[in-house]
Each structure stands twice: as C-alpha cells, then as structure tokens.
Design a protein. Structure first.
Length: 189
C-alpha cells in the first residue's frame, strides 16, 4: 500500500528539526553574507520561523534573479535564506521519505548516494552489458529544455495531493509552490 503523509506537520515542526535544516542549508556556503548575518542570531531566527510556521503566518519571500553563463546562459531565481531552510525542512521530513523510494533505480539527480559519479559508473556497466549481448549498440543522450520553467504548478499540486493528506503541510506546500507568478515556471534552486 502506498505511503501517505497524514498529521505529521506538527510532529516534525520542532526547533531541533528547523536547526538541522539550517545546518544542512548552510553547508558549504558559510562564507556568504546572508548566512553570516543569519548565524549571528540563528537561535532567534529559528524561533521566529518556528512561530510563523506554527501560526501559519509564514509567507514565502520573493526571489532574487541572476544569470549564470557557464556552461550556457541560464536564469536562476534564488529564494531568501530563511525560505531555503523551510524548503530543506519540508524535503527532508516529508517529501524525500515518501517520494524517493518510488523513483526508478536510474534516477540520480539530487538524491543521496546517487549522483553524477554513480550515473557514469552505471552507464559504463550498461554499455558493457549491451556490448556483450548485442555487440553493436546505440546511446541516446538528451536533456529536457527549460524543464523547471515548464512545470505546471497545478499538475504538481495534484501529484502531491495524492500522497499528502495533511492539510497543514498542504498549506505550506501551496505557499512555496505558488510563491512566484504564473501557472508555470518553478524557480531553479
């Protein structure tokens, strides 16, 4: 039977879980100004965020937009640091435990113990297997153009609603997903 999230929002809404999300969010980025400023009063900010999430007065902030030119020109929309703590908390405590076990074995992006190196090793293993069976084989390398800009938010919410029956968590997910304009165009983070 598929795993469903019910009545877990307040179970995981603790100071410790938010602090854990903060520590994971700042990993490798501790030199950035916004994180240094946050760290100066991290206990106060985490307590404030906890109260906001408990009272459902939390509002997802805007995005700062910048462009990356390597390896190609891309528009990046970056959320405020405090919003990234909320993202990390939601992903670690709710989304990852439910959705990741359903992914196929050849899903690699942004998953623990999977990544580019494991993907390369698996492709090489598959190539050796194909060479042994068929001798000659073909490989198709492809990429979905503007993937994040084309995600329909309403369809994404329908997918999430199939697994999430916790009304408090649904409120927060809507706050995050619909935080920028338009029916499509999820920010790339």
């Amino acid at each position: 039977m598929p795993k469903t999230i019910r009545n877990k929002y307040y179970k995981y809404l603790t100071y410790e879980k938010l602090m854990e999300a903060h520590i994971k969010s700042r990993k490798g980025k501790g030199y950035r100004k916004e994180i240094i400023l946050f760290n100066l009063k991290q206990e106060e900010y985490i307590m404030w965020l906890l109260k906001q999430l408990e009272n459902k007065t939390y509002k997802h902030g805007g995005y700062s937009v910048f462009y990356v030119t390597e390896p190609k020109l891309r528009k990046i929309e970056k959320s405020r640091y405090i919003d990234r703590i909320v993202h990390r908390w939601v992903v670690d405590n709710f989304l990852e435990p439910v959705f990741v076990p359903q992914f196929i074995n050849t899903s690699y992006a942004c998953l623990k113990k999977r990544g580019m190196h494991k993907a390369c090793l698996d492709v090489q293993k598959a190539m050796k297997h194909c060479k042994a069976i068929w001798g000659e084989y073909y490989i198709l390398k492809m990429d979905v153009a503007k993937f994040f800009q084309n995600i329909d938010k309403d369809i994404l919410m329908k997918i999430l609603l199939r697994k999430i029956k916790d009304k408090d968590l649904i409120w927060l997910l809507k706050e995050i997903i619909y935080s920028n304009e338009g029916r499509k165009n999820l920010p790339i983070r």
